[in-house]
Design a protein around this ligand. Structure first.
Ligand code: HEC
Length: 296
């Protein structure tokens, strides 16, 4: 074989490999521009003050300007809490969660593993997700429920009815307490918040949509009969009772939104979903925990 042909063959062989390597180095990712969600709010209040901000009806026409009847859709929670008034499937889930919790909490070990101080569950939900030193990572409450149950020899898979029921039972001890996670000081939680913020704005899937394509630009509008919510406050009423699902954890909701938009969903408890949870929880600071809640 002459040497020129040899070179050509070698190039043909190498070219696709280098092409793949170049792709691996610089994956193509398109971002929606970062929105200035709260143009009128300054400093730390941008996070912790959003509850107050949206509760003030005069701020609610940010997106629905000129149509006061539609204002409530900007923040669904503006109208509805507290949710405890009527009986729905979430109340049955509470009973189930309490039973499992008590079975697991022999000598207070389960509560301690979840991070409850002196076994007191009050306020625990409002402080999640949190950095767990033993894991060296930020974890959501449902992830910790799965891990701590495993220590007691029980499988409570993240996203399962029983896992969400325990999560709901724990959340119910914090009803009315404001969600409070610190994402304004440097640390693992803030890093997770920033990663989550990026993910929330990253387009993906067959329709090339980011979470923000809907949850910032389309809020208040109908998509196939359901209303797109603002990114503020929703976290505070999860896990939620849904007629279709029984109980839906927050990460299952992310998976549903991913599926709806033809994007590969991830497992509940996966790192990217946990990061998005931290981001949405940061935006929910100040909102009272509102469970058991119900969505259609
Ligand atoms: C095509 C638009 C669209 C995209 C993209 C989208 N969502 Fe949604 N999302 C919706 C709609 C519509 C609802 C309300 C559905 C319902 O009520 O059944 C919703 C509901 C939610 C809720 C629950 C709100 C509530 O009522 O409590 C959360 C949380 C959420 N989405 C997060 C996300 C995240 C995170 C992403 C990105 C991974 C995402 N969504 C992507 C349209 C979208």
């Amino acid at each position: 074989m002459n040497s020129k042909l040899g070179w050509l063959l070698a190039l043909l062989l190498i070219a696709p490999i280098t092409n793949v390597m170049a792709q691996a180095e610089a994956p193509y990712r398109e971002f929606d521009p970062m929105e200035d969600y709260l143009p009128h709010v300054k400093g730390d209040l941008r996070l912790s003050g959003s509850y107050k901000h949206w509760k003030d009806p005069k701020n609610l026409d940010w997106r629905m300007a000129g149509n006061p009847d539609e204002n409530w859709k900007l923040n669904w929670k503006f109208m509805d809490p507290p949710f405890n008034a009527s009986v729905h499937g979430g109340h049955f889930a509470l009973d189930r969660g309490e039973t499992i919790f008590k079975e697991l909490n022999v000598k207070g070990r389960f509560a301690a593993c979840l991070g409850a101080r002196k076994g007191n569950l009050k306020g625990l939900r409002a402080a999640y997700p949190m950095y767990r030193p033993e894991l060296k990572q930020v974890a959501g409450l449902e992830e910790m429920i799965e891990r701590c149950a495993a220590k007691a020899g029980r499988v409570l898979q993240n996203g399962s009815y029983d896992n969400s029921a325990v999560s709901l039972y724990i959340a119910n001890q914090s009803v009315g307490m404001p969600i409070k996670i610190n994402v304004t000081s440097a640390g693992p939680l803030q890093a997770a918040y920033e990663r989550g913020r990026k993910l929330f704005h990253t387009r993906a899937g067959r329709f090339n949509l980011a979470c923000s394509s809907c949850h910032t630009y389309q809020i208040g509008l109908h998509l196939r009969g359901t209303v797109v919510t603002s990114p503020y406050g929703d976290v505070a009423h999860y896990p939620v009772y849904r007629t279709r699902y029984q109980l839906q954890s927050l990460h299952l909701r992310f998976a549903e939104c991913n599926l709806d938009t033809r994007t590969q969903p991830l497992l509940p408890g996966s790192r990217p979903y946990t990061d998005i949870e931290v981001f949405l929880t940061g935006l929910t600071n100040g909102y009272p925990v509102s469970v058991p809640s119900e969505r259609d």
